[in-house]
Write a new protein. Structure first.
Length: 128
């Protein structure tokens, strides 16, 4: 699979799966030996099972309202994809904005991903 197709599939699947906390859909995006790093100073998650455990933990207590992933920027076997999530974290409306960097294998599976993201309380003006 070409990288542009793999990256768009990754973005589309994440957008839908995050909205519904669909771990099974996300499992199909990663190679068994994939490595994911969330934020620069956290230890990486090695292997699909560890990545899915991290995602489950991340979703705990969160209720997504809207999730959007932008069109991937692709070069060779890598892509950068910005995302924005409006959610309830407990009872607090929150905005999470970030970017995922992914490297794909020839089958279109992510073999290496890393995220950079920030959260803030949801502004009262919803035009942001």
């Amino acid at each position: 699979m070409d990288t542009r197709t793999a990256a768009q599939h990754f973005a589309d699947t994440w957008q839908q799966a995050w909205t519904h906390h669909d771990i099974d859909a996300l499992a199909g995006l990663y190679a068994d030996h994939a490595v994911h790093t969330s934020m620069p100073f956290r230890p990486p998650h090695h292997g699909k099972a560890a990545i899915l455990d991290y995602i489950r933990w991340s979703f705990d207590g969160e209720t997504p309202i809207t999730v959007s992933f932008h069109t991937p920027l692709v070069d060779a076997d890598r892509a950068a994809i910005e995302f924005r999530v409006h959610a309830l974290d407990g009872d607090q409306p929150t905005v999470l904005a970030g970017c995922v960097f992914a490297r794909f294998d020839p089958d279109g599976l992510a073999v290496e991903t890393r995220d950079y993201w920030h959260t803030q309380p949801e502004p009262h003006d919803h035009t942001t």
